[in-house]
Structures are given as C-alpha cells and as structure tokens.
Design a protein around this ligand. Structure first.
Ligand code: SF4
Length: 210
C-alpha cells in the first residue's frame, strides 16, 4: 500500500523556492537561517536527528532528484568521505569560511563598501548586481550575499556528490549533519569510527542520510 504523504514530505519545494527567491532578491537569503538554527535546536532539545530524518528539504530534494529522477549513479561514496576526520575537517573549514563571511558583514557595518557578489565554492565571485537592496542597511545586504553564497555552495556540492555517488551523499559530510550528530553523540552515546551512533536516538549518518 502506498504510504500517505505528510506535509513535511513536501519541504523539498520550500528548499527549491528558497534558492529561486534568492535569484529574484538576495534579501530572501536571510530566511535560510531557519535551516541553520532549527536542526541545532532540535538536536539540543532532544529531537536527535529528527530534522535530518524528517524535515530537511534539501535532503529530500537530493533524494527526489537522485532516486526518482535517476540523476544519481547510486554508488557508495568513498570511505574517506564518511570518515570522522574528513567530516570534522570539512565542518571546521566550512565554519571558518562562515566566520569570514560574518567578518565581511562586520566590515560593511563599519563602513566598508558593499560587495554585490555571491561567492560560489569559496572561489568564484558571481556578479549579482540586479538585486535591489536599497531598502535595507548595507550590512544587512552583505550578510544576505554571503549567506546565499553559503547555501548555494552547499547545494552545488550536494548536487555534485548526488550525481557521483548516492542521492544523499552530501548528508554524509554536511556540516549541519555533523553538528547535529555531534550533539546527539554527546547526549545519547558514543559513535563508531564510521559515523554510526552506538545507542540513543541519533540514528546514523549512513542510515538516514544517503
Ligand atoms: S545532513 Fe544536512 S542535508 Fe542531510 S538531512 Fe541533515 S541537514 Fe539536511
């Protein structure tokens, strides 16, 4: 029998619309903070990996594109990708770049010129001059440009690994997933070197997110 769909099964639409809205007006990027804070709150206040397993629209989008539309080669991701050291190193790198983005926002707050570009994969600066940001202070716009770059970069990396490996291979090294897994591990139990939780309600990186 076909499983009845719940409203959260359609959150992939919200993720897709979010990316489109950012093209229309970069200020919509601020909405993405929801995807940053909610998984942490859920993990901290006892929901474990519930956000990843149920509410993450991005994970659903990769699943949909990779499995249903068959855009994924569906092969196992390489071992290093799921190793703890790589996930932690990627999280550290990601958070460093996030910190630099916040620093750029602070510089604009302090009087530096607004950079109307979106940086993709931390290297490519895409011009984004059509965005009308005149209704907000420059630092508000600068954060939006930076944060949209973060969201776009993670989506592109996710799509890339989706095509190469299993649909949700991004989830294996997703910084949010690593953080929530870490919180879970602290609260409920230890983690095996391959990333799987030993006990508690953390689920596993492999189980829910590939
Ligand atoms: S690991 Fe990241 S992309 Fe995957 S479900 Fe969790 S938050 Fe979403």
């Amino acid at each position: 029998m076909k499983k009845r769909k719940n409203w959260w099964d359609f959150l992939w639409i919200a993720s897709s619309v979010y990316l489109l809205l950012g093209i229309f007006n970069i200020l919509f990027a601020w909405i993405g903070l929801i995807c940053f804070f909610i998984p942490l709150f859920v993990a901290i206040f006892g929901g474990g990996k519930l956000y990843c397993n149920r509410y993450c629209g991005r994970g659903q989008l990769f699943e949909l594109l990779g499995s249903r539309l068959k855009l994924s080669r569906n092969s196992a991701p390489p071992k290093f990708l799921r190793s703890r050291w790589f996930r932690n190193a990627f999280l550290a790198f990601f958070m460093t770049m996030f910190g630099l983005m916040l620093f750029a926002t602070w510089r604009v707050f302090s009087g530096a010129t607004l950079q109307e570009t979106v940086t993709l994969i931390w290297v490519f600066r895409l011009p984004w001059e059509w965005a009308d940001t005149s209704m907000v202070k420059p630092w508000v716009a600068q954060f939006a440009f930076g944060f949209y770059g973060v969201m776009l970069t993670s989506t592109v990396l996710g799509l890339f690994t989706m095509v190469l490996y299993k649909p949700r291979s991004w989830c294996v090294y997703c910084p949010m997933g690593t953080m929530t897994q870490g919180i879970c591990r602290l609260k409920h139990g230890k983690e095996r070197p391959d990333g799987a939780a030993v006990k508690g309600s953390c689920g596993s990186v492999e189980g829910s997110c590939q």
